[in-house]
Design a protein around this ligand. Structure first.
Ligand SMILES: [Zn+2]
Length: 455
């Protein structure tokens, strides 16, 4: 592998508080130098790429991805999921354990590591289960999973309902400094809910998934994190109360964190009724689309707007945005959840939860967070780089400091494009964002010094 010199890009590395036009030299899988010495140190045989006008940043990290292997390769595989990740600008992803079999033994962790070595386009890190079979009844062998190399544990897709069992999981995790991630859902409150409980669920006759179903478990996790000292990360936050609880707990130094997904801070439950109402819910002019601009259209009851937790009210969306602005939420993630067409093409009640997100996450984040003036470009990049790297304890990722892994994403923040189904690298097409006019995308994704994807 030849050394690679990226010339004249705007280098943004929030970890180092760096934002300047500079060259970046990568060699032997590592960052060698950033700045004037990069070109000086480059050997004559180095590949040179002019990235003037583009943003060069640490490779993006997505700590919430469903790769569906083993066992559900009709939806996605390690090969296709990581190809979608590379297209989306992600160089490292964390795969969730709700596979078949569940990732609750060291053997399954090793199987994914081996298969990823052979087939993955980007770095694949593994999250193991909290409980055996995600059944919520008996702890998985957390120590053995840690030894096998998981970077976190979670029952994602499910939620441990037994508080005593969750407490034990947290206590065990502290023995290894392992991060515990949680899909926050109280089953007794949520029951068979499919849509945010509110005006639209009532109007459309859909069973309600109340915000309190999430907030109760966020509160539970805060109390147990405080009791045990374990690090707890609340996944895909959707409700205003969750943000409020997290903000208060973090201000007191409780080791809890949260993540937000683009669909929750872009869309609202009005989307379930079709597009017309949805655009009126944001006074700021969503994405800076003008009133006259052609806007995406879709029918009511489109199952590509069904996810868990559900799209919530405009007030909840605003609270998530505020949490991102004030730093309560330091991590952005996709919750990329591929499903086959035939699974989604059924009545809303019966469709599985989840949408794909690896290829649209960056653009939606740039538009809704940067384009609106809520956050700066370095602030958004931080939530995709040093934010998740710090949480996962990845010392050599999430930064372009010399010696870090040569994972780099080159972004064109100005390019306008439309997400088309035939262009996706994912095996599934369950995205609500097809046909949307988008702005900003990764144009070059470099993993370990090698080009994984190029526009
Ligand atoms: Zn989940």
């Amino acid at each position: 592998m030849k050394p690679l010199l990226l010339l004249h890009g705007r280098v943004i590395d929030p970890q180092q508080k760096l934002d300047a036009v500079a060259d970046v030299l990568l060699a032997h899988g590592k960052v060698v130098a950033v700045g004037p010495e990069a070109a000086a140190k480059a050997p004559p045989d180095a590949d040179r790429l002019d990235v003037q006008g583009k943003v060069v940043c640490p490779g993006l990290i997505d700590l919430h991805v469903h790769l569906r292997e083993p066992g559900q390769s009709a939806k996605e595989t390690i090969a296709t999921g990581t190809a979608a990740a590379a297209r989306g600008g992600f160089t490292t992803i964390v795969c969730m354990p709700n596979t078949a079999p569940v990732i609750d033994t060291p053997g399954t962790v090793s199987w994914i590591h081996e298969k990823s070595k052979a087939e993955a386009r980007v770095n694949v890190l593994v999250a193991g289960a909290i409980t055996k079979g995600l059944a919520g009844e008996e702890l998985a062998p957390i120590g053995s999973l840690h030894k096998a190399g998981v970077v976190a544990i979670t029952d994602d897709g499910h939620c441990v309902q037994n508080n005593e069992l969750m407490r034990r999981a947290l206590e065990y995790s502290t023995m290894f400094g392992l991060l515990v991630m949680d899909h926050c859902q109280d089953y007794s409150l949520v029951t068979q809910g499919v849509a945010h409980e509110g005006y639209y669920s009532t109007m459309l006759g859909l069973r309600g998934w109340p915000a309190e179903g999430e907030e109760l478990i966020v509160a539970r996790n805060i109390l147990l994190a405080e009791r045990t000292g374990a690090r707890v990360h609340c996944q895909h936050l959707s409700a205003a109360g969750s943000v409020r609880l997290l903000r208060e707990a973090r201000s007191r130094g409780v080791p809890v964190s949260g993540e937000a997904c683009p669909h929750h801070f872009v869309l609202t439950d009005a989307a379930l009724a079709g597009s017309a109402e949805f655009w009126r819910t944001d006074g700021k002019g969503l994405f800076g689309y003008s009133e006259e601009a052609a806007k995406p259209q879709w029918p009511a009851f489109d199952t590509n707007f069904k996810m868990n937790p559900p799209l919530r009210s405009a007030a909840d969306r605003e609270a998530i945005l505020e949490g991102l602005v004030d730093g309560t939420i330091e991590v952005l993630a996709s919750d990329h959840a591929p499903h086959c067409g035939h699974e989604k093409e059924v009545e809303f009640d019966f469709a599985p939860f989840g949408i794909t997100g690896l290829e649209t996450g960056l653009a939606l984040s740039l538009m809704q967070l940067c384009g609106s003036g809520r956050l700066t470009l370095p602030q958004v990049i931080a939530k995709y780089t040093c934010g998740p790297a710090k949480l996962l304890g990845l010392a050599r990722k999430g930064s372009l400091a010399a010696g870090c892994d040569a994972d780099v994403t080159v972004i064109d923040p100005e390019t306008e494009w439309v997400f088309q189904p035939e262009e996706t690298a994912s095996k599934s097409r369950n995205s609500p964002f097809y046909g949307w006019p988008l702005k900003g995308r990764a144009v070059l994704t470099i993993v370990g010094g090698k080009i994984a994807w190029r526009a």
